[in-house]
Design a protein around this ligand. Structure first.
Ligand code: COA
Length: 352
Protein backbone atom coordinates (compact mmCIF):
# COMPACT_ATOMS: atom_id res chain seq x y z
CA UNK A 1 0.00 0.00 0.00
CA UNK A 2 1.21 3.52 -0.74
CA UNK A 3 2.01 5.45 2.43
CA UNK A 4 0.44 8.86 1.85
CA UNK A 5 1.33 10.42 5.18
CA UNK A 6 3.62 13.45 4.93
CA UNK A 7 6.93 12.12 6.14
CA UNK A 8 10.47 12.89 5.06
CA UNK A 9 12.94 10.05 5.12
CA UNK A 10 15.68 12.51 5.89
CA UNK A 11 17.14 15.29 3.81
CA UNK A 12 19.50 14.69 0.90
CA UNK A 13 21.59 17.56 2.25
CA UNK A 14 21.29 17.83 6.01
CA UNK A 15 20.11 21.01 7.72
CA UNK A 16 21.60 22.39 10.90
CA UNK A 17 20.50 25.12 13.27
CA UNK A 18 23.04 27.97 13.08
CA UNK A 19 21.34 30.53 15.32
CA UNK A 20 18.37 31.02 17.64
CA UNK A 21 16.35 34.08 18.71
CA UNK A 22 13.28 34.81 20.79
CA UNK A 23 11.28 37.89 21.65
CA UNK A 24 8.38 38.55 24.03
CA UNK A 25 6.27 41.69 24.46
CA UNK A 26 6.99 43.59 27.68
CA UNK A 27 3.40 43.72 28.91
CA UNK A 28 2.73 40.99 31.49
CA UNK A 29 -0.92 39.99 31.95
CA UNK A 30 -1.41 37.95 35.12
CA UNK A 31 -4.24 35.57 35.93
CA UNK A 32 -5.43 38.07 38.53
CA UNK A 33 -5.57 40.77 35.82
CA UNK A 34 -7.91 38.53 33.80
CA UNK A 35 -9.99 37.62 36.84
CA UNK A 36 -10.95 41.29 37.22
CA UNK A 37 -13.08 41.05 34.06
CA UNK A 38 -13.75 37.30 33.60
CA UNK A 39 -15.45 34.72 35.80
CA UNK A 40 -12.19 32.90 36.55
CA UNK A 41 -9.44 32.76 39.15
CA UNK A 42 -5.69 32.38 39.44
CA UNK A 43 -6.26 29.05 41.20
CA UNK A 44 -8.46 27.67 38.37
CA UNK A 45 -6.10 28.77 35.61
CA UNK A 46 -2.97 27.49 37.35
CA UNK A 47 -4.40 24.14 38.33
CA UNK A 48 -6.11 23.43 34.98
CA UNK A 49 -3.45 24.81 32.63
CA UNK A 50 -0.19 25.57 34.49
CA UNK A 51 -0.31 29.17 33.27
CA UNK A 52 0.51 31.97 35.69
CA UNK A 53 0.87 34.87 33.25
CA UNK A 54 1.20 35.64 29.58
CA UNK A 55 2.64 38.50 27.50
CA UNK A 56 0.32 40.54 25.31
CA UNK A 57 1.37 43.24 22.84
CA UNK A 58 0.45 46.86 23.37
CA UNK A 59 -2.18 48.27 20.99
CA UNK A 60 -0.55 49.05 17.64
CA UNK A 61 2.03 46.24 17.76
CA UNK A 62 1.55 43.58 15.06
CA UNK A 63 2.91 40.10 14.45
CA UNK A 64 5.48 41.45 11.96
CA UNK A 65 6.98 43.66 14.69
CA UNK A 66 7.67 40.69 16.96
CA UNK A 67 8.80 38.61 13.97
CA UNK A 68 11.37 41.20 12.90
CA UNK A 69 12.79 41.36 16.44
CA UNK A 70 13.05 37.57 16.78
CA UNK A 71 14.41 37.26 13.22
CA UNK A 72 17.11 39.89 13.83
CA UNK A 73 18.09 38.09 17.02
CA UNK A 74 18.42 34.75 15.22
CA UNK A 75 20.52 36.31 12.45
CA UNK A 76 22.82 37.84 15.08
CA UNK A 77 23.01 34.52 16.90
CA UNK A 78 24.02 32.80 13.65
CA UNK A 79 26.47 35.58 12.75
CA UNK A 80 24.93 36.11 9.31
CA UNK A 81 23.19 39.09 7.70
CA UNK A 82 21.73 37.42 4.61
CA UNK A 83 19.85 34.17 3.95
CA UNK A 84 18.46 32.47 0.84
CA UNK A 85 14.85 32.23 2.07
CA UNK A 86 12.57 33.57 4.80
CA UNK A 87 9.64 31.61 6.22
CA UNK A 88 7.17 33.00 8.75
CA UNK A 89 4.86 30.58 10.57
CA UNK A 90 1.85 32.39 12.00
CA UNK A 91 -1.87 32.16 12.72
CA UNK A 92 -2.11 35.91 13.19
CA UNK A 93 -0.63 37.62 10.11
CA UNK A 94 -0.82 41.44 10.06
CA UNK A 95 -3.35 41.17 7.20
CA UNK A 96 -5.29 38.36 5.51
CA UNK A 97 -3.42 39.25 2.32
CA UNK A 98 -0.52 39.44 1.52
CA UNK A 99 1.67 37.05 3.49
CA UNK A 100 3.64 38.72 6.26
CA UNK A 101 6.99 37.09 5.39
CA UNK A 102 7.95 39.47 2.52
CA UNK A 103 7.40 42.52 4.75
CA UNK A 104 9.38 40.89 7.58
CA UNK A 105 12.18 40.07 5.13
CA UNK A 106 12.23 43.65 3.83
CA UNK A 107 12.42 45.07 7.34
CA UNK A 108 15.38 42.77 8.02
CA UNK A 109 17.18 44.19 4.98
CA UNK A 110 16.43 41.11 2.87
CA UNK A 111 14.54 42.61 -0.10
CA UNK A 112 14.76 40.20 -3.04
CA UNK A 113 14.89 37.10 -0.82
CA UNK A 114 12.08 34.56 -1.37
CA UNK A 115 9.67 34.80 1.56
CA UNK A 116 6.47 32.93 2.37
CA UNK A 117 4.11 32.18 5.26
CA UNK A 118 3.16 28.83 6.72
CA UNK A 119 -0.21 28.35 8.44
CA UNK A 120 -0.40 25.32 10.75
CA UNK A 121 -1.52 27.05 13.98
CA UNK A 122 0.35 25.57 16.98
CA UNK A 123 2.32 23.18 14.72
CA UNK A 124 3.46 26.11 12.55
CA UNK A 125 7.08 26.08 13.66
CA UNK A 126 7.51 22.40 12.85
CA UNK A 127 5.76 22.72 9.48
CA UNK A 128 8.00 25.73 8.78
CA UNK A 129 11.03 23.70 9.80
CA UNK A 130 10.06 20.95 7.37
CA UNK A 131 9.72 23.62 4.65
CA UNK A 132 13.13 25.07 5.47
CA UNK A 133 14.82 21.67 5.61
CA UNK A 134 13.16 20.85 2.28
CA UNK A 135 14.47 24.02 0.62
CA UNK A 136 17.97 23.10 1.77
CA UNK A 137 17.62 19.43 0.78
CA UNK A 138 16.47 20.40 -2.72
CA UNK A 139 19.34 22.81 -3.19
CA UNK A 140 16.98 25.80 -3.51
CA UNK A 141 18.58 27.42 -0.47
CA UNK A 142 21.71 26.99 1.61
CA UNK A 143 20.47 29.18 4.48
CA UNK A 144 16.90 29.79 5.68
CA UNK A 145 15.53 32.15 8.33
CA UNK A 146 12.49 30.54 9.94
CA UNK A 147 10.44 32.75 12.25
CA UNK A 148 7.32 31.72 14.17
CA UNK A 149 5.43 34.73 15.47
CA UNK A 150 2.02 35.29 17.01
CA UNK A 151 -0.12 38.06 18.45
CA UNK A 152 -2.94 35.79 19.62
CA UNK A 153 -4.20 38.53 21.93
CA UNK A 154 -5.55 40.24 18.80
CA UNK A 155 -7.92 37.36 17.93
CA UNK A 156 -9.08 36.32 21.41
CA UNK A 157 -12.67 36.87 22.50
CA UNK A 158 -12.19 38.94 25.67
CA UNK A 159 -15.36 37.37 27.10
CA UNK A 160 -14.41 33.72 26.44
CA UNK A 161 -12.75 32.38 29.58
CA UNK A 162 -11.97 29.09 27.82
CA UNK A 163 -9.48 30.76 25.45
CA UNK A 164 -8.66 34.23 26.83
CA UNK A 165 -6.71 32.74 29.74
CA UNK A 166 -4.63 30.37 27.63
CA UNK A 167 -2.98 32.24 24.79
CA UNK A 168 -0.10 34.71 24.72
CA UNK A 169 2.01 36.63 22.22
CA UNK A 170 5.64 36.08 21.23
CA UNK A 171 8.09 35.17 18.48
CA UNK A 172 10.96 32.74 18.06
CA UNK A 173 13.32 32.13 15.16
CA UNK A 174 16.11 29.90 13.90
CA UNK A 175 18.60 30.21 11.08
CA UNK A 176 19.06 26.94 9.23
CA UNK A 177 22.13 26.08 7.18
CA UNK A 178 23.24 23.23 4.95
CA UNK A 179 25.57 20.59 6.38
CA UNK A 180 26.24 16.90 6.38
CA UNK A 181 24.18 14.56 8.57
CA UNK A 182 25.35 14.32 12.18
CA UNK A 183 26.84 17.84 12.18
CA UNK A 184 26.36 19.88 15.41
CA UNK A 185 22.87 21.38 15.35
CA UNK A 186 21.59 18.71 12.96
CA UNK A 187 17.84 18.64 12.38
CA UNK A 188 16.44 15.09 12.36
CA UNK A 189 13.67 13.88 10.06
CA UNK A 190 10.55 16.08 10.47
CA UNK A 191 7.45 13.91 10.94
CA UNK A 192 4.17 15.72 10.28
CA UNK A 193 0.50 14.83 10.11
CA UNK A 194 -2.99 16.32 9.76
CA UNK A 195 -6.66 15.49 10.19
CA UNK A 196 -9.00 18.05 8.62
CA UNK A 197 -12.03 16.20 9.93
CA UNK A 198 -11.28 18.11 13.12
CA UNK A 199 -11.00 21.47 11.32
CA UNK A 200 -13.74 23.09 13.40
CA UNK A 201 -12.22 22.21 16.78
CA UNK A 202 -9.88 25.19 16.51
CA UNK A 203 -11.01 27.99 14.20
CA UNK A 204 -11.83 31.60 13.40
CA UNK A 205 -15.21 31.18 11.66
CA UNK A 206 -15.43 34.54 9.86
CA UNK A 207 -13.17 36.52 7.55
CA UNK A 208 -12.46 33.77 5.05
CA UNK A 209 -14.08 32.85 1.74
CA UNK A 210 -16.78 30.66 3.32
CA UNK A 211 -18.32 33.56 5.19
CA UNK A 212 -17.47 36.26 2.65
CA UNK A 213 -18.91 34.41 -0.34
CA UNK A 214 -22.26 34.33 1.43
CA UNK A 215 -22.39 38.10 1.05
CA UNK A 216 -23.55 38.27 4.64
CA UNK A 217 -21.80 40.21 7.34
CA UNK A 218 -20.16 38.03 9.96
CA UNK A 219 -22.26 37.34 13.04
CA UNK A 220 -20.98 39.12 16.16
CA UNK A 221 -18.02 37.33 17.70
CA UNK A 222 -17.30 35.17 14.63
CA UNK A 223 -14.02 36.99 13.98
CA UNK A 224 -12.71 35.67 17.25
CA UNK A 225 -10.66 32.52 17.78
CA UNK A 226 -12.72 29.54 19.03
CA UNK A 227 -11.59 26.25 20.49
CA UNK A 228 -13.34 23.11 21.76
CA UNK A 229 -10.78 22.64 24.51
CA UNK A 230 -11.77 19.27 25.90
CA UNK A 231 -11.69 17.47 22.53
CA UNK A 232 -8.46 19.23 21.59
CA UNK A 233 -6.93 18.09 24.87
CA UNK A 234 -7.64 14.42 24.27
CA UNK A 235 -6.40 14.38 20.68
CA UNK A 236 -3.33 16.46 21.52
CA UNK A 237 -2.05 13.91 24.04
CA UNK A 238 -2.56 10.95 21.71
CA UNK A 239 -1.09 12.56 18.60
CA UNK A 240 1.88 14.16 20.35
CA UNK A 241 2.91 10.90 22.00
CA UNK A 242 2.50 8.94 18.75
CA UNK A 243 4.36 11.38 16.50
CA UNK A 244 7.18 11.72 19.05
CA UNK A 245 7.86 8.00 18.88
CA UNK A 246 7.74 8.18 15.09
CA UNK A 247 10.29 11.03 14.98
CA UNK A 248 12.60 9.19 17.38
CA UNK A 249 12.42 6.00 15.32
CA UNK A 250 13.14 7.86 12.10
CA UNK A 251 16.13 9.55 13.72
CA UNK A 252 17.40 6.19 14.98
CA UNK A 253 17.07 7.35 18.59
CA UNK A 254 15.28 6.13 21.69
CA UNK A 255 13.62 8.03 24.54
CA UNK A 256 16.76 7.37 26.60
CA UNK A 257 18.82 9.45 24.13
CA UNK A 258 16.71 12.55 24.72
CA UNK A 259 18.12 15.21 27.05
CA UNK A 260 15.12 17.54 26.69
CA UNK A 261 11.52 17.12 25.59
CA UNK A 262 10.33 20.47 24.20
CA UNK A 263 6.56 20.08 23.95
CA UNK A 264 4.35 22.77 22.47
CA UNK A 265 3.30 24.75 25.54
CA UNK A 266 -0.43 24.02 25.22
CA UNK A 267 -1.32 23.06 28.76
CA UNK A 268 0.84 21.71 31.59
CA UNK A 269 -1.43 18.68 31.87
CA UNK A 270 -1.05 17.91 28.14
CA UNK A 271 2.76 18.21 28.40
CA UNK A 272 2.84 16.00 31.51
CA UNK A 273 0.61 13.37 29.94
CA UNK A 274 2.76 13.24 26.79
CA UNK A 275 5.96 12.94 28.86
CA UNK A 276 4.37 10.22 30.95
CA UNK A 277 3.31 8.22 27.88
CA UNK A 278 6.81 8.52 26.43
CA UNK A 279 8.50 7.69 29.72
CA UNK A 280 10.44 10.99 29.78
CA UNK A 281 11.25 12.00 33.38
CA UNK A 282 9.83 15.32 34.57
CA UNK A 283 13.28 16.93 34.91
CA UNK A 284 13.83 16.46 31.18
CA UNK A 285 10.67 18.35 30.16
CA UNK A 286 11.25 21.98 29.21
CA UNK A 287 8.51 24.43 30.20
CA UNK A 288 7.82 28.16 30.24
CA UNK A 289 4.02 27.95 30.14
CA UNK A 290 3.84 29.46 33.61
CA UNK A 291 5.27 32.76 32.34
CA UNK A 292 4.16 32.98 28.71
CA UNK A 293 1.07 30.78 28.23
CA UNK A 294 0.41 29.16 24.87
CA UNK A 295 2.03 31.24 22.12
CA UNK A 296 0.80 28.89 19.35
CA UNK A 297 3.30 28.63 16.46
CA UNK A 298 5.89 30.58 18.44
CA UNK A 299 5.71 28.26 21.44
CA UNK A 300 8.55 25.83 20.64
CA UNK A 301 11.14 28.32 19.35
CA UNK A 302 10.40 30.74 22.21
CA UNK A 303 10.85 27.87 24.67
CA UNK A 304 14.10 26.73 23.05
CA UNK A 305 15.52 30.26 22.72
CA UNK A 306 14.76 30.95 26.37
CA UNK A 307 16.10 27.58 27.58
CA UNK A 308 19.28 28.00 25.53
CA UNK A 309 19.78 31.58 26.70
CA UNK A 310 19.41 30.64 30.38
CA UNK A 311 21.70 27.60 30.05
CA UNK A 312 19.14 24.81 30.46
CA UNK A 313 19.87 23.57 26.93
CA UNK A 314 23.54 23.22 26.01
CA UNK A 315 25.53 22.48 22.86
CA UNK A 316 25.32 18.80 21.97
CA UNK A 317 22.09 18.15 23.91
CA UNK A 318 19.54 16.05 22.07
CA UNK A 319 16.13 17.75 21.95
CA UNK A 320 12.80 16.25 20.92
CA UNK A 321 10.31 18.96 19.89
CA UNK A 322 6.65 18.02 19.43
CA UNK A 323 3.49 19.99 18.68
CA UNK A 324 -0.23 19.69 18.03
CA UNK A 325 -2.60 22.37 16.79
CA UNK A 326 -5.45 23.59 14.66
CA UNK A 327 -6.09 21.95 11.34
CA UNK A 328 -5.80 19.57 13.03
CA UNK A 329 -2.04 19.29 12.61
CA UNK A 330 0.82 17.70 14.50
CA UNK A 331 4.53 17.10 14.16
CA UNK A 332 7.77 16.17 15.87
CA UNK A 333 11.50 16.45 15.21
CA UNK A 334 14.80 15.74 16.97
CA UNK A 335 17.51 18.40 17.13
CA UNK A 336 21.13 18.05 18.19
CA UNK A 337 21.51 21.41 19.93
CA UNK A 338 24.07 23.68 18.21
CA UNK A 339 26.98 25.57 19.72
CA UNK A 340 25.26 28.92 19.19
CA UNK A 341 24.62 31.77 21.61
CA UNK A 342 20.86 32.28 21.68
CA UNK A 343 19.51 35.81 21.77
CA UNK A 344 16.36 36.11 23.88
CA UNK A 345 14.77 39.30 25.16
CA UNK A 346 11.94 41.77 25.38
CA UNK A 347 10.45 43.45 22.32
CA UNK A 348 10.70 47.21 22.47
CA UNK A 349 8.18 49.01 20.22
CA UNK A 350 9.70 51.55 17.81
CA UNK A 351 9.69 55.09 19.20
CA UNK A 352 9.39 54.04 22.84
N1 COA B 1 -12.02 29.77 34.59
C1 COA B 1 -12.96 29.11 35.30
N2 COA B 1 -13.72 28.14 34.78
C2 COA B 1 -13.53 27.84 33.49
C3 COA B 1 -12.58 28.46 32.69
C4 COA B 1 -11.81 29.47 33.29
N3 COA B 1 -10.85 30.15 32.63
N4 COA B 1 -12.62 27.93 31.45
C5 COA B 1 -13.57 26.99 31.45
N5 COA B 1 -14.13 26.94 32.68
C6 COA B 1 -15.20 26.07 33.15
C7 COA B 1 -16.10 25.60 32.05
O1 COA B 1 -17.07 26.58 31.72
C8 COA B 1 -16.72 24.37 32.66
O2 COA B 1 -17.76 24.75 33.53
P1 COA B 1 -19.09 23.88 33.61
O3 COA B 1 -18.65 22.53 34.10
O4 COA B 1 -19.91 24.64 34.57
O5 COA B 1 -19.64 23.84 32.22
C9 COA B 1 -15.58 23.81 33.52
O6 COA B 1 -14.65 24.90 33.71
C10 COA B 1 -14.84 22.67 32.86
O7 COA B 1 -14.58 23.05 31.52
P2 COA B 1 -13.75 22.15 30.55
O8 COA B 1 -13.64 22.82 29.22
O9 COA B 1 -14.27 20.77 30.63
O10 COA B 1 -12.35 22.23 31.33
P3 COA B 1 -11.01 21.52 31.02
O11 COA B 1 -10.49 20.87 32.23
O12 COA B 1 -11.07 20.73 29.75
O13 COA B 1 -10.03 22.76 30.77
C11 COA B 1 -9.03 23.89 28.93
C12 COA B 1 -10.29 23.65 29.73
C13 COA B 1 -9.32 24.84 27.77
C14 COA B 1 -7.98 24.51 29.86
C15 COA B 1 -8.50 22.53 28.43
O14 COA B 1 -9.54 21.82 27.80
C16 COA B 1 -7.34 22.65 27.50
O15 COA B 1 -6.29 23.14 27.86
N6 COA B 1 -7.50 22.15 26.26
C17 COA B 1 -6.44 22.17 25.28
C18 COA B 1 -6.31 23.53 24.77
C19 COA B 1 -5.07 23.77 23.97
O16 COA B 1 -4.01 23.63 24.46
N7 COA B 1 -5.22 24.18 22.73
C20 COA B 1 -4.15 24.63 21.91
C21 COA B 1 -3.92 23.78 20.76
S1 COA B 1 -3.03 22.38 21.21
Amino acid sequence: MVDRTARGDGPMTGAVVLGVGGSLPGRVVTNDDLATRLDTSDEWIRSRTGIGARRWVEPGTATSDLAVDAGARALRSAGVSTVDAVIVATTTPDRLCPAVAPEVAARLGLVGTPAHDVAAVCTGFLYGLANGVGLIASGAARTVLLIAAETFSTILDPQDRGTAVIFGDGAGAVVLGAAGPGAPGAVGPCVLGSDGIGADLIQIPAGGSRQRSSGLAAAPGEHYFKMRGKEVFRQAVERMAEVSLDALARAGLTVGDIDHLAPHQANMRICAAVAHRLGVPEDRVLANLDEVGNTAAASIPVLLAQAAADGRVKAGDQVLAVAFGGGLTWGAVTLAWPDAVASFGTFVPAGS
